[in-house]
Design a protein around this ligand. Structure first.
Ligand code: PLP
Ligand code: LYS
Length: 443
């Protein structure tokens, strides 16, 4: 496993993160356990911000909280000066609960409910990223009823194919997200928004996909956005105050993944924006981005306890852990690849290749297919790295397995930020079935 962030192997031969022995963490908090390297999260947040500061442009870095949404994480992002991107009433509620001011929150989503929109308007949210005509109409009606002006960005579909898994591309024309540029939907939405006194059209938004390792897709998307901005300047005399180019910056999960430093994406996005605004003689807008995975992805490590093993001679050696697709759906959903190591015998040399299975009743519940490890025994602690994004946030209770606890580690100290779910938690919403009295059958 690639050691990164504050990871080290300590004198006891144990994996250490944030100066804390992960074997001790497993003993104290039990497994499965998510461990977050807070220093690495801070480093990433600062890297995005510093890159903008260096370019001396107005900006917002909004943490895309779908990647990992808990009260503690919202507090961490907010205290670092990031805005927050939410995609549901639940994420919005959690951010507010964490003390994040609504004015720094951006609300995304392709099917926001009326209740979610009302909640956002009640809270005077920083901006709503409007996804479609139905939503635009609903916001217009709500804003008029309340005599409120709503700050919005319109989400555009730039028709750019990002080089990533097809389930996590979002910028192509045939997508459920956003107003399509090619067919003129976006132009129509701009016109409607500009005419409505209750809509404050801050600007436009585009997001091309996730886990992207190059800048070409962003360059293309920016080009498309500006082709249209040129027309909207002519037709509507409109210039945006804000351009949001989304998130999607890739991280290293396994060998062969080649992420760029945050500054490379930011510099390219800023340079391209400056180039186009200069050409069009437009005022430089504020640039917003929305990184999720690149802030928390490789800062998260999951600790599991190894249980049963099954050797099929000349075929495969399975080992099973006490978690699986309940706490990490990504291998089953995207064939995502991960690396791992024995946290309690970190210096032992690999002796064989193992396939790491989860404990769900599902053949596809495999976390890693080919992992070189020393000869493992029951109760060894397996660490799987880079599980910080879309792990806990997509966790589920399949097979009624409780979701893990989460600790933040930093400077030699561990802090529990999410408690482990209990069996009682699993049944707390269940209600008993009321058996109806059935009349006896008569001939
Ligand atoms: C609109 C939007 N913004 C931001 C993100 C965050 O993406 P990532 O976690 O890849 O940075 C996503 C997810 O793809 C998204 O859909
Ligand atoms: N959940 C996805 C990414 C979706 C990004 C949000 N639009 C993943 O784990 O990679």
């Amino acid at each position: 496993m690639y050691l990164h962030g504050t990871m080290e192997i300590n004198a006891s031969g144990h994996l250490e993160i944030g100066g804390v022995d992960t074997v001790e963490l497993a003993n104290v908090y039990r497994t499965p356990l998510f461990v977050y390297d807070v220093a690495l999260i801070k480093e990433r947040m600062n890297a995005f911000k510093d890159a903008f500061e260096k370019k001396q442009v107005a900006y917002q870095v909004a943490y895309a909280s779908k990647a990992f949404s808990t009260v503690g994480m919202y507090q961490l992002a907010h205290s670092a000066g990031l805005s927050i991107d939410v995609v549901s009433g639940g994420e919005l509620f959690t951010a507010l609960k964490a003390g994040v001011p609504a004015s720094t929150i951006h609300f995304h989503g392709n099917n926001k409910s009326i209740d979610e929109l009302k909640m956002a308007l009640d809270e005077q949210i920083g901006c709503i990223v409007v996804d479609n005509f139905y939503e635009l109409k609903t916001i217009q009606a709500l804003a008029e009823q309340r005599g409120q002006t709503v700050p919005v960005l319109l989400r555009l579909t730039p028709n750019v194919e990002a080089h990533t898994h097809e389930y996590i591309t979002t910028g192509q024309e045939d997508s459920k997200f956003g107003f399509d540029l090619a067919s003129g939907q976006a132009t129509k939405a701009i016109g409607i928004s500009l005419e409505d006194e209750h809509i404050h059209l801050l600007g436009v938004h585009s997001h091309i996909g996730s886990q992207i390792f190059e800048t070409d897709g962003f360059v293309l998307a920016i080009e498309k956005v500006f082709e249209n901005l040129a027309r909207w300047k002519q037709t509507f005399n409109y210039e945006p105050a804000v351009l949001n180019f989304g998130g999607g910056f890739g991280i290293r999960y396994v060998d062969g993944d080649t992420p760029l430093h945050p500054s490379v994406y930011v510099e390219k996005i800023v340079d391209e924006t400056i180039k186009h605004t200069t050409l069009l003689e437009m005022d430089m807008p504020e640039i917003w981005i929305e990184p999720g995975r690149s802030i928390v992805g490789d800062a998260g490590t999951t600790l599991y306890t190894i249980g049963s093993q099954k050797d099929i001679p000349n075929v495969r050696r399975y080992l099973s852990v006490d978690g699986g697709m309940g706490d990490n759906l990504r291998p089953a959903l995207y064939e995502a690849k991960y690396e791992g190591m024995l946290a309690n015998r970190a210096n032992d040399k690999p002796e064989d290749t193992f396939s790491v299975a989860g404990k769900c009743c599902e053949s596809g519940d495999m976390l890693i297919w080919d992992l070189p490890l020393p000869d493992v025994t029951a109760n060894d602690i397996l660490a799987i790295s880079c599980t910080g994004a879309y792990g806990y946030s997509m966790a589920n209770n399949y097979n009624r397995i409780p979701r893990p606890a989460i600790v933040f580690v930093e400077d030699g100290e561990a802090q529990l930020v999410v408690k482990r779910e209990t069996y009682e938690d699993l049944v707390k919403l269940d209600l008993p079935y009321q058996q109806k009295a059935v009349a006896p059958f008569e001939n």
